[in-house]
Design a protein. Structure first.
Length: 475
């Protein structure tokens, strides 16, 4: 992973709302300035009782003149408190200075924002770039689930710190604060005015109206950020704001792969889909974007799309978009290469997976029902045979020369198994073709092949071929 440069301190010549060494609310002692923006300033302070470093954010005196700016500042604090993702900078307290200026207390972050990392390292790997954007997607997913649109996503608002295990952790900053262009300090700086957002990262619809945007405006900004991380520059550059707006609205971006050939064709298509002029042609939510990006990230990022889909209350994995589908977009610069990731329809797959289960369960139930009925009918048949056997007259030979009447098996009511029917047919055929031996006077003639003597009168005659229990066991 790219190394994180030390944070830059600034603030010389800036009209500060507080002085270094000043104690706020009887517990926060100001130590140094961390950064200055168009609307506010952030300083490092120490909680005197807990001995914990925190960050304090204030509105600059000139911004205090705008009630709208004050309201946006407080909205940022309220929005940040609602977000629980580890990828959002935590806000722990708010307060008001004696001058009436509001301030918020945030967790202290040790690291640097993405713009500083790119400037310090020159470039980052493709996997790192995707990994950073995927982490930002997790924070934005929770915000979108609460109806919060950031509207000012840019590398300066993606702060990279470290987890306990040393792995990079991206924190999204400045929720609820809409910033505008500072033409005197460069296009990347913003101040309070009618333009809300940073033009370099603003979508076409946001340039037309900042109020009439949805989550797809943030998806555009994430696409611009990824483009910049991969190539080292933004897709649209100009010398003036009007020229920049015209390019964003009319011109197609140069594919990032033409700037960096190592970029996979599929990832190239994902970036360009984020930069579609018409918002309906972009990914409809960050879960779809994350699912498309995940195959190009490091192994550590796997599972990010699942968490994002869960945050948005979507199926466990949204449908992935193939390059063929992306290539059919309105952007003529998108190539038509082969599919980089399979087209997946999660919901349809689940429905198809359930169908064999339902069919199998139905067949099993039918088989069990059939066997149960068969056993019941067989048991009834056996009982009837047993009861009817004593009433059958037993034929005896009257003379040594008179052949005895052939004895056949009792009639079978229901024979569910093929083996029983075969045994009965065989026994009947044997008796009809074999000469019955002559019985001696006073004895009962036995069928050929019978090993058991005929029971005395009054006892049931067992079925041919074995007892009822044996037949059932054989079946």
């Amino acid at each position: 992973m790219a190394s994180i440069p030390p944070p830059e301190s600034s603030g010389s010549g800036v009209d500060m709302p507080v002085a270094i060494g000043e104690v706020l609310a009887g517990k926060y002692k100001v130590e140094n300035v961390l950064g200055v923006g168009g609307m506010g300033v952030v300083v490092a302070a120490r909680h005197m009782q807990l001995e914990q470093r925190v960050a304090l954010k204030f509105l600059r005196p000139e911004a205090m003149q705008s009630k709208e700016a004050v309201e946006r500042f407080l909205r940022e604090a309220r929005n940040a408190v609602r977000l629980r993702s580890e990828h959002v900078a935590k806000v722990t307290d708010v307060g008001t200075l004696d001058s009436g200026a509001p301030y918020m207390v945030m967790e202290f972050l040790d690291g640097a924002d993405l713009s500083q990392i790119v400037q310090a390292t020159g470039s980052i790997t493709i996997e790192e770039a995707v990994y950073f954007v995927l982490q930002a997607c997790e924070a934005i997913a929770e915000a979108h689930s609460l109806g919060i649109i950031h509207r000012d996503l840019k590398p300066q608002n993606l702060f990279v710190t470290r987890r306990v295990d040393g792995k990079p952790l991206v924190k999204v900053l400045d929720f609820g604060i809409s910033k505008t262009l500072d033409t005197q300090s460069g296009l990347s700086l913003t101040r309070t005015s009618s333009i809300m957002g940073s033009p370099l990262y603003m979508s076409p619809e946001q340039m037309r109206s900042s109020k009439n945007v949805d989550q797809r405006a943030d998806i555009w900004a994430l696409g611009v950020i990824l483009y910049e991380l991969l190539t080292g520059h933004v897709p649209f550059e100009a010398e003036s704001v009007p020229e920049l707006c015209l390019k964003v609205v009319q011109d197609e971006p140069t594919p990032p792969k033409s700037e960096r050939p190592q970029i996979p064709e599929g990832l190239n298509a994902v970036v360009l889909k984020c930069l579609e002029k018409t918002s309906s042609n972009r990914f409809s939510n960050v879960a779809e974007l994350a699912a498309a990006l995940e195959p190009y990230s490091a192994e550590i990022a796997r599972g990010s799309s699942e968490r994002i889909a869960s945050t948005l209350n979507l199926p466990s994995r949204p449908p992935m978009v193939s390059i063929g589908a992306i290539s059919s977009s309105s952007n003529p610069k998108i190539g038509t290469g082969g599919t980089a990731w399979g087209t997946t329809q999660a919901m349809e797959a689940k429905k198809k997976a359930r169908l064999p289960i339902f069919v199998g369960a139905g067949v099993a139930a039918l088989v069990i029902l059939t066997v149960g009925i068969g056993l019941a009918m067989k048991s009834s048949s056996s009982k009837n045979d047993t009861q009817a056997a004593p009433t059958q007259p037993t034929q005896t030979a009257t003379t040594p020369t008179t052949p005895a009447t052939t004895v056949t098996a009792p009639p079978t009511v229901w024979e569910p198994m093929t083996a029983t029917a075969t045994a009965t047919a065989t026994a009947t055929q044997t008796q009809s073709t074999t000469q019955t031996p002559t019985a001696r006077p006073g004895q009962t003639a036995k069928p050929p092949g019978s090993a058991n003597p005929t029971p005395p009168p009054g006892e049931p005659t067992p079925p041919l071929g074995g007892s009822t229990r044996q037949l059932e066991k054989g079946n």
